[in-house]
Design a protein around this ligand. Structure first.
Ligand SMILES: [Zn+2]
Length: 125
């Protein structure tokens, strides 16, 4: 199962977490540059923006999680959450689908796009 795809909620979470680290990193650079005051201020504002944005992303994950479908993974038997028509298990990256028509087919991100017109088991608004 060498699937180069991970669970969407996990991916967004990783993204939000890395934003916090980037934010602190940028502010740290700002401290180095404290001789040049305006540059330090710019780096601090940039760092702050990263952290604020990450908070927004975390909030967004919370919203997404309420819409996500909770299922038990057939492969590792742990509860996982999936978004969209196809997603991967949070624990073992087993490809999952809610659409009977897609069961057994090769995993493809395109099934999540609105352009793909299959049956509408889980259409996003
Ligand atoms: Zn699993």
């Amino acid at each position: 199962m060498a699937l180069n795809y991970s669970n969407k909620i996990n991916r967004i979470r990783t993204f939000a977490l890395s934003l916090i680290f980037i934010g602190f990193g940028v502010m740290y650079i700002g401290i180095w540059l404290k001789e040049i005051e305006w540059l330090m201020v710019i780096f601090f504002i940039l760092g702050m923006l990263c952290i604020v944005f990450s908070t927004v992303v975390y909030f967004w994950i919370g919203m997404l999680s309420t819409r996500a479908v909770q299922i038990v993974c057939p492969s590792c038997e742990k509860p996982t959450k999936m978004l969209g028509r196809v997603d991967a298990c949070m624990h073992c990256k087993q490809p999952l689908t809610l659409d009977q028509n897609l069961a057994g087919k090769d995993f493809d991100e395109k099934y999540n796009s609105k352009k793909y017109k299959g049956s509408t088991t889980l259409d996003e608004k």
